[in-house]
Write a protein that binds this ligand. Structure first.
Ligand code: NI
Length: 133
């Protein structure tokens, strides 16, 4: 069985690689090199065994709190390029998925479940899924 919690955050970013000059970054990233923002939707899917004592795989109140503490409180209404877990990375949604996985997988295990998937909708048309490979 799989359980998915959705959270939303609105954040600004610029796609750039710190190793490249302004001109190179403009060539590589085009309009995405300019400051702009997205209304992201984050889907955190967990799996695991049902705890016979409470009938739950994970306490969704606890999952909600972990996502808030580790991710949305840091990134919502912020500049993603400055967020601690995205420092020195190109702030693509691919990298966001991987870094959010790293932030959440241990705390979810502490709650007795297993992180299965991170999905982020960046726009209506673009979505990204990561299974921690
Ligand atoms: Ni963007």
């Amino acid at each position: 069985m799989y359980i998915t919690r959705r959270e939303r955050f609105s954040s600004a970013h610029k796609l750039l690689n710190g190793k490249f000059s302004q001109k190179e970054n403009k060539n590589i990233f085009g309009k995405c090199y300019e400051l702009h923002g997205h209304n992201y939707e984050l889907f955190v899917t967990v799996t695991g065994k049902i705890n016979p004592q409470n009938g739950m795989i994970i306490d969704l109140k606890e999952l909600k709190k972990i996502i808030k503490d580790k991710v949305t409180s840091k990134i919502d209404h912020n500049f993603i390029n400055d967020v601690s877990f995205m420092k020195d990375m190109v702030t693509t949604t691919e990298n966001l998925c991987i870094q959010i996985w790293k932030e959440l997988s241990e705390p979810i295990e502490t709650l007795g479940a297993k992180l299965y998937k991170i999905k982020i909708n960046e726009t209506e048309n673009n979505s990204f899924e990561y299974y921690g490979e």
